[in-house]
Design a protein around this ligand. Structure first.
Ligand code: PLP
Length: 357
């Protein structure tokens, strides 16, 4: 029997969304292509170069380099790998390199640290869930290979002070990586200083398959200086191309093509309109939840967290709502493009009904 994928009408927890129709169509067309083998598949390889140019525009990088990764996890792992390799050459110390990151950083960095044999040092966040700069200053030293700033945290949608983190990273000759995997396609329409033009950012994760409305898998790794990719490159004897900087070998041409299609269609006006809709939805939901008496974390980006009782959370999940919790137990709702006001109204009605029982 043919199975149908999960319907999106009650999905409030995902950082991914339904692809834009042009992205879906492009993904289907390029399903059988592999940008990992540019000698054999030159068209998708050209499209990948276009994807990087477009990502560069979004992220304020004039002469961008990078590649379309499988997602934010791969982009983060590869950024840590770049920093580790660079530190091997630039630092005199033989101690294990460290990555210094706010505790709000994504768990993919734990995978990176584990796979790459670096130490991950987690630094506390302040009362508003942004990194504590003093704690970062106290943590960095000559072993620091990379400082991570998050531009749109997974749990609360917060943006770390990226320019200040850049100064701290430079003070110990470490790289600054910005994880904008989720926030990268909404932040251009806000006042936050988050991208290459605002700060000495060396590497960035920015995912078309999240707010960028491309099909999965389409993550983005951007580097300020193309030579940073050399830290990743291995020779590729049986391919017509000479080297490969990606982590995976065979890759999805569907992801690459759909990323180009989505960005061509939506950057910048379509993304701006989507940001405005999503942000308005998040603010509406936050106000409704506050009116019902819950403690709400103000949505700086389109992501709402609120303290609701565990039993209510579980009853909502039981009723089919796909919702999730922060590490400290708050409900989190991500106002992705597929999340409509009508959907949020039924969610609030369901929550209210449960609480009045
Ligand atoms: N970075 C951030 C800030 C995220 O929110 C996520 C996922 O939600 C990731 C990285 C990992 O991305 P992926 O699941 O595409 O590997």
């Amino acid at each position: 029997m043919q199975r149908e994928p999960q319907a999106f009408d009650r999905v409030l927890s995902s950082m991914c969304t339904t692809p834009h129709p042009v992205a879906r169509e492009a993904a289907e067309r390029f399903l059988a292509t592999n940008p990992g083998d540019p000698g054999t598949y030159p068209t998708i390889s050209d499209l990948e170069a276009e994807a990087i140019d477009l990502l560069g525009e979004v992220a304020g990088l004039d002469d961008p380099a990078g590649y379309v990764a499988s997602g934010g996890t791969e982009a983060n792992i590869q950024a840590v790998r770049i920093a580790r390799e660079r530190a091997r050459v630039t630092t005199a110390t033989t101690e294990t390199p460290t990555v210094v990151m706010p505790e709000s950083g994504h768990f993919s960095f734990q995978k990176a640290a584990n796979v790459l044999g670096v130490d991950l040092e987690l630094v506390p966040t302040d009362d508003d869930h942004r990194v504590d700069l003093e704690a970062i200053r106290a943590c960095v030293d000559k072993t620091t290979a990379m400082v991570v700033g998050v531009a749109g945290t997974t749990e609360y949608g917060r943006v770390d002070p990226i320019p200040e983190l850049g100064e701290i990273a430079q003070s110990v000759d470490a790289l600054l990586h910005v994880d904008a995997a989720w926030g990268g396609f909404v932040l251009p329409f806000t006042d936050h200083a988050w991208h290459f033009d605002h700060a000495p950012v060396d590497t960035m994760a920015i995912d078309p398959h999240k707010m960028g409305q491309a099909a999965v898998p389409a993550g983005g790794l951007l580097v300020r200086d193309e030579t940073l990719l050399d830290e990743l490159a291995v020779n590729t004897p049986y391919l017509e191309s000479t080297s490969q900087a990606t982590l995976t070998g065979t890759r999805s041409g569907a992801g690459v093509a759909s990323a180009v299609a989505a960005m061509t269609e939506l950057w910048p006006d379509g993304y701006r309109e989507q940001y405005e809709r999503s942000q308005a939805n998040a603010e509406w939901l936050a106000a409704e939840l506050a009116a019902l008496g819950y403690n709400v974390v103000e949505p700086e980006l389109p992501l709402v967290a609120a303290d609701i009782p565990t039993a209510t959370f579980e009853a909502l999940r039981e009723a089919g709502w796909r919702i999730s919790r922060t590490g400290s137990g708050e409900l989190r709702v991500v106002c992705m493009p597929h999340v409509t006001r009508t959907q949020l109204e039924s969610f609030v009605a369901a929550l209210d009904a449960l609480e009045s029982e």
